[in-house]
Ligand binder design. Structure first.
Ligand code: AG3
Length: 281
C-alpha cells in the first residue's frame, strides 16, 4: 500500500512524506489532529493538514525558540508560553534551573492529550512541577497580565484557523504589557519564501515593530516546514540579542543539537531578499 501525506505550499508546490503507519486521527472543537509514523522523519503531528512537527527535526525549531532568548538573559525566571501544546518548548525551558515558573496557554486540550500519549519525545516535561497549563485562548489570557513575565514564547500555528489572533497588533501589545522591564518576546514567524507565507511574516513583523522598540528576525533551516527556511521574531523592551548576549550560556553545560552561541550570532544575518521584505513590511 502506498500512503502519502501531502502539504500544499502553494497551488503549484507541495511536499509529501510517505506514511509508514497512521497512528491517530481526531477532530477537536478547534481543528483536525493527525499523527502518523514515517520512515523518513519518524512520528509526525499534523493540524488541519499543516505539518506541525516531526520527530527527526523538531529539535531545530524548539531549540531556536528557547535558547536564543535564554542565552541573552540566563536570569529569566517567569515564562509565558502560548500554544506549544506538543510540549517541545517546555522540554527545552525545563533544562534551565533558573526558570521558576512556566505558564503554558494552549487553546486545544486535545492536542496536549494526543501529544502526551503519542509524542512523548516532546511532551516529556509537561508534568514538571514548574509548569502550569491553562486551556484557554492565548489572546484572552494575555489581556489580563501586567508586568509578570521575563519571557513570552509564542509557538503558534500559522496565521489562519485557531492561531490567527496570535498575529495581531492587539496580541503583541498585550504581550508587551505582560512583560517585565527586561522582557523578551520570541515568536514563530513563518517562512520568507512562498508569497503567502512571506506576506504573513511581513504583516507580523510590521505589527511587532509598532509595539516593541527592538524587533529583529532570525532564521533556521527546518527541513519539513514550507521551503525549509524558517524565521523567528526576537522582540524586546531593550535587550539586543547579539550586543547583550550574556557570556554565561556555554558554562551552563546544556546539551543541544542545533543551538550554539556561534550560531546565535550568525542566525540574525539575513539574506538580502529577506532584509528587503522586512524593510518593505
Ligand atoms: N508551530 C508552527 C509550525 C508552522 C508550520 N507551518 C506549516 N507547516 N505550514 C509548530 C508547533 C511546534 N511546537
Amino acid at each position: 500500500m502506498d500512503l502519502w501525506f501531502t502539504e500544499y505550499y502553494t497551488k503549484n508546490a507541495r511536499f509529501s512524506i510517505k506514511i509508514d503507519k497512521p497512528v491517530i486521527s481526531l477532530e477537536s472543537e478547534f481543528q483536525r489532529i493527525d499523527v502518523f509514523d514515517s520512515c523518513a522523519f519518524g512520528r509526525v503531528l499534523v493540524l488541519d493538514g499543516y505539518l506541525m512537527l516531526t520527530e527527526k527535526d523538531e529539535f531545530i525549531y524548539h531549540e531556536m525558540m528557547t535558547h536564543i532568548p535564554m542565552a541573552v538573559n540566563p536570569e529569566i525566571s517567569d515564562v509565558l508560553v502560548i500554544g506549544a501544546g506538543d510540549g517541545g518548548v517546555i522540554r527545552e525551558l525545563a533544562k534551565y534551573d533558573s526558570v521558576k515558573r512556566i505558564d503554558m496557554v494552549e487553546i486545544d486540550e486535545m492536542v496536549v492529550d494526543v501529544c502526551r500519549k503519542y509524542l512523548p519525545q516532546t511532551a516529556c516535561r509537561l508534568d514538571d512541577p514548574r509548569v502550569n497549563i491553562y486551556f484557554e485562548d492565548g489572546l484572552k489570557f494575555v489581556r489580563r497580565k501586567n508586568n509578570e513575565y521575563d519571557l513570552v514564547i509564542v509557538d503558534s500555528t500559522d496565521p489562519f484557523g485557531p492561531g490567527e489572533d496570535l498575529f495581531t497588533k492587539e496580541f503583541y501589545g498585550n504581550c508587551y504589557k505582560a512583560l517585565k522591564e527586561a522582557g523578551i518576546m520570541v515568536n514563530q514567524h513563518e517562512s520568507p519564501y512562498y508569497p503567502n507565507d512571506a506576506k504573513a511574516m511581513q504583516k507580523a513583523h510590521k505589527q511587532i515593530k509598532s509595539v516593541f522598540p527592538v524587533a529583529l528576525i532570525y532564521q533556521a533551516h527546518i527541513p519539513t516546514y514550507p521551503s525549509g527556511h524558517w524565521l523567528f521574531g526576537f522582540a524586546s523592551k531593550g535587550l539586543d540579542p547579539i550586543a547583550d548576549l550574556d557570556g554565561r550560556w556555554d558554562s551552563l553545560g546544556l546539551k543541544t543539537r542545533y543551538y550554539n552561541t556561534e550560531l546565535h550570532k550568525g542566525c540574525f544575518a539575513l539574506p538580502t531578499y529577506v532584509k528587503e521584505l522586512m524593510e518593505n513590511a
